[in-house]
Design a protein around this ligand. Structure first.
Ligand SMILES: C[C@](O)(C(=O)O)[C@H](CC(=O)O)C(=O)O
Length: 300
């Protein structure tokens, strides 16, 4: 297996102390295409969004490796040069499953993934009463991930996430992250940071390891802009609600209009051709022309 260009790009960005990798959270082809069309140079595949979109279920550990990997592969394939960081939840089982998860994410073109220390019956990090696995179990997940990366010969970025802050407190959460980094994790993800002061402290305490900020809309963490996160010392920021929020509000509005007014009112989208242009119509026509099948030589 060869080293991934996208993972190398993300590594370069993380190594640059003045830079912050901005990762809008997407969960399907359309949401990814829209983010890509705005020139974002990194993407995040949200597990919460993927679970809601593929299963119509909440983020409670019900999605499988197969479903997450399929979505990740499709998103990563849309532009191989753009690093995709994908949620890998708990790794979906014991060490063997973590090994398999990392290997399959690598094969799917994922540039980075995060693994957390909740039990497999997990919940979104911004819900109450989260449970944790022991430090040893968390670290064997990280070790299994590091070993899988090594045996694949790939340079996927491994992000260690701890959910320990809410129950065990700051010191133990930082200690879990430091132990994960000592085993080979590249990035630290302290889930559920509760204040700007704590955010700054975490970046200092974990330095020189790059730290990720999880900007969950309406979650327990402060509402930070990209610039604020960078100034606090973060090197990576994910926005899981980037697509979920607008889809929710836009569809609610459209549903209300259709149900109450009997008319579909959508703003901003033209006809089918405009829409298909967002999802690669021009590239598809170019493939057709290059193969000389010429189905679209007169346009569409
Ligand atoms: C980052 C996260 O794991 C995700 O699935 O995107 C979630 C975010 C969310 O539920 O909105 C989390 O923070 O646990």
């Amino acid at each position: 297996m060869v080293a991934s260009n996208a993972a190398s790009r993300l590594r370069q960005s993380l190594a640059d102390e003045v830079n912050i990798a901005v990762c809008p959270g997407v969960y399907d082809g359309l949401t990814a295409r829209i983010a890509l069309s705005f020139g974002f140079d990194a993407l995040y595949m949200t597990g919460a969004g993927t679970t809601a979109s593929r299963l119509g279920q909440p983020d409670l550990g019900v999605i499988t490796l197969t479903e997450m990997r399929e979505t990740a592969q499709m998103i990563a394939s849309l532009d191989h040069s753009i690093p995709l960081t994908a949620d890998a939840d708990t790794g979906f089982g014991g060490s063997l499953m973590v090994h398999r998860t990392v290997t399959e994410y690598i094969r799917s073109g994922v540039a980075a993934l995060h693994l957390e220390d909740q039990p497999t019956s997990k919940r979104c990090g911004h819900l109450l009463h989260k449970q944790l696995v022991s430090v040893d179990e968390f670290l064997s997940r990280i070790k299994a991930a590091v070993n899988a990366r090594q045996s694949s010969g790939n340079d996927i970025v491994l992000i260690a996430r701890t959910d320990a802050l809410a129950t065990l407190g700051y010191d133990q959460a930082i200690s879990r992250l430091k132990s994960a980094v000592a085993l080979g994790a590249d990035v630290a993800f302290l889930e559920g940071i509760t204040s700007k002061e704590q955010a700054k402290q975490a970046c200092e305490d974990l330095s020189p390891t790059p730290v990720l900020f999880n900007a969950v809309t309406g979650g327990v963490s402060p509402d930070l802009s990209v610039e604020e996160a960078r100034d606090l010392g973060f090197r990576m920021i994910i926005f899981p609600g980037f697509a979920i929020g607008p889809v929710y509000s836009g569809l609610n509005e459209a549903a209300k209009n259709l149900k109450e007014g009997g008319r579909l009112i959508t703003s901003g989208i033209g006809g089918p051709k405009d829409f298909f242009n967002i999802v690669g119509l021009k590239a598809a026509m170019a493939i057709d022309a290059a193969s000389r099948e010429n189905l679209f030589q007169d346009g569409v």
